[in-house]
Ligand binder design. Structure first.
Ligand SMILES: [Zn+2]
Ligand SMILES: [Zn+2]
Length: 356
């Protein structure tokens, strides 16, 4: 089969690799129908994620059709259309038993496209299939579902829940890429007073408004002043970092009000300064986190019921699976292509799975 192989920092290739097979009785092998590229993949390619070994297949977000399952798999069967979560879960370790699948110590966690071969391929082996894939209702398209593999649960759990968004809050989301937009979409489930989006790109600020942001400000203007003006000089109740660079994180800690929450989602490749000389007296809570995906079943139900903004509004570019390298070019050049989420495969394949 073909897959996108990481060859070391700055290098990838769409090439022939051996077909995956069942290695463990809890595995499933899934034919990929729709797959997307994540900002995290760009961090990997840059060399920010040292655990990613050359020769490994990239990708951790996909929808596909189960083609084979191991003898221990109970909940999915060949032919089922499933969402492949970015997080796998052994279900047995202490962290899994607290729903903290991202920290799984039993061989799960973020393994796909990181510690084992990932989803940017024609087929993928998924460990602990019972707990790592979600059968999809027919009401949810593959294109919408693929955005539930990572960005929606990440925005919701690591941004909205960790940030403890409450009714009436002023919420600032720094970075209006796909994760920031998913945060804006899911923050509205808690009826905040206002949501302010910060980004450098006007196209992303426009997307933020269409996802429900009440106000937007260019990162090149003065977001701190903008937020202070709107909050009588107090600062925001919740500030979500969805960029992953030191300047953005430090800005978040300047925008938050005393007693407020800063929720970091960004993948950081460099140290950021923690200005305790200003923060020690402010009763501020700062959280970090890798998504657990414990909210995926809930988000899936909400999406099926039409209670989440149409995920497909975030999909700006569509490709065939074999156009992986082209899709990466468009996604990594977001500043001039305006790309938010790119989906490979997609609707064409839906018809195939529905007919089958
Ligand atoms: Zn991702
Ligand atoms: Zn576990």
């Amino acid at each position: 089969m073909k897959a996108l192989v990481f060859q070391g920092p700055g290098q990838t290739s769409w090439q022939d690799v051996p077909d995956p097979g069942i290695k463990d009785a809890a595995d499933a092998v899934i034919r990929v129908e729709a797959v997307t590229i994540c900002g995290t993949d760009l961090h990997i390619i840059k060399g920010d994620v040292p655990e990613m070994a050359p020769g490994r297949v990239l990708g951790h977000e996909a929808v596909g059709e189960v083609v084979e399952v191991g003898s221990d798999v109970r909940t999915v069967r060949p032919g089922d259309r499933v969402l492949i979560s970015c997080i796998a879960a052994c279900g047995r370790c202490g962290f899994c038993r607290e729903n903290r699948y991202g920290q799984c110590r039993g061989g799960g966690g973020w393994v796909l496209g990181h510690l084992i071969d990932g989803t940017q391929a024609e087929c993928v082996r998924v460990p602990f299939a019972d707990l790592s894939v979600h059968p999809l209702p027919s009401a949810v398209t593959s294109e919408d579902a693929v955005l539930l593999a990572d960005i929606f649960p990440t925005g919701y759990e690591v941004g909205v829940l960790n940030g403890r968004v409450r009714p009436g809050d002023t919420v600032v989301v720094v970075g209006a890429g796909p994760i920031g937009l998913a945060t804006i979409a899911t923050a509205q489930l808690y009826t905040p007073g206002r949501i302010i989006a910060v980004d450098v790109a006007e196209s992303r600020l426009e997307a933020a408004r269409s996802m429900g942001a009440d106000a937007t400000v260019s990162a090149e203007e003065d977001p701190e002043q903008f937020v202070m003006d709107l909050t009588d000089g107090l600062g925001a109740d919740v500030v979500v970092e969805a960029v992953g660079v030191p300047e953005a994180f430090e800005q978040c800690t300047r925008i938050v009000r005393p007693g407020g929450h800063v929720a970091n989602i960004g993948v950081h490749g460099k140290p950021a300064a923690l200005h305790l000389e200003d923060l020690w007296i402010k009763d501020v809570t700062i959280t970090t986190g890798l998504v657990d995906t414990h909210s995926t079943p809930l988000l899936l139900r909400m999406m099926a019921a039409g209670r989440l903004p149409a995920a497909s509004a975030m999909v700006t570019h569509r490709f065939e699976l074999g156009q992986m390298e082209e899709a990466y070019e468009v996604f990594s050049g977001a500043a001039h292509t305006g790309a938010l989420k790119v989906v490979l495969g997609g609707p064409k394949h839906d018809e195939v799975s529905v007919a089958a």
